[in-house]
Design a protein around this ligand. Structure first.
Ligand code: 13P
Length: 252
């Protein structure tokens, strides 16, 4: 399988203010030409997507969003934001099915799939998140859970999408799976995608997420089957996120 163009994405979650958008320009200043062989993405909170897209204009950092309403059309849905609005505001990618949404908002695989379909309809590339909890892992259910999430959260048809493998227990802490474990789960995801999508599965980038930082990024990027990363805390500051990007072998 040919190497895919790496994607290193920052998920700002519910952090940051307008003033923090200066980090985007700071990031490009730090990585600039070195990052031209990679896709670099920042997903700020929804109210800042438009201003982030504006702030990103001087470089090639792309902007994404973190969630959308599963209803693609404009509708009487107070407080909801659809994918078309996020695209109109300047987003190119859309994270769907993050474990924080699955657990805190009860999002099912079916709902995540509909959000990914809404992203396609708006011309966005969905980043579909999957990953097991510690309890599921302890119960020996990792393969069952992750392959089910991949099968049931991905639309049968549509544009390209990205999968992010984020073990829930590795998010927001300081531990990650071993490199062998990451390789194993990424291979399982690729195999599950092949079962569903045939050769098209080879075009799908599979990111690792969960406690990626400037110290461990190089080791993670060297793992076979890892096409980039989805980074939380360490994406908030340009210096840290730049160090992660520059740890990728494609950054020269
Ligand atoms: P951390 O990098 O802060 O562990 O968060 C990972 C994550 O959830 C990214 O979506």
């Amino acid at each position: 399988m040919a190497a895919l163009r790496p994607l290193i994405a920052g998920n700002w979650k519910m952090y940051g203010r307008r003033a923090d958008l200066a980090e985007i320009d700071g990031l490009w200043k730090r990585v600039g030409a070195s990052a031209r062989a990679l896709d670099v993405l920042i997903c700020p909170p929804a109210p800042y997507v438009a201003a982030a897209a504006e702030a990103a204009k001087g470089g090639e950092v792309q902007i994404g969003a973190q969630d959308c309403c599963a209803v693609a059309e404009d509708a009487a849905r107070t407080g909801d934001v659809n994918a078309a609005m996020l695209a109109d505001a300047g987003a190119r990618y859309l994270i769907v099915g993050h474990s924080e949404r699955r657990s805190l908002h009860g999002e099912s695989d079916g709902l995540v799939r509909r959000k990914a379909e809404a992203a396609f309809a708006a011309g966005l590339i969905p980043i579909i998140c999957v990953g097991e909890t510690q309890a599921e892992r302890n119960a020996g259910k990792l393969a069952e859970i992750v392959s089910r999430q991949v099968r049931e959260s991905t639309p049968a048809e549509g544009g390209p999408f990205v999968i992010a493998y984020e073990p829930v227990w590795a998010i927001g802490g300081s531990t990650t799976p071993t490199m062998a474990e990451i390789a194993e789960v990424h291979a399982l995801i690729r195999e599950t995608l092949s079962g569903n999508f045939g050769a098209r599965a080879n075009e799908t980038r599979i990111l690792y997420g969960g406690s990626v930082n400037p110290k461990n990024a190089g080791e993670i990027f060297a793992v076979g089957g890892v096409d980039g990363a989805l980074v939380g805390r360490a994406s908030l500051k340009a210096a840290d996120f730049a160090a992660i990007i520059l740890a990728h072998p494609a950054a020269r």
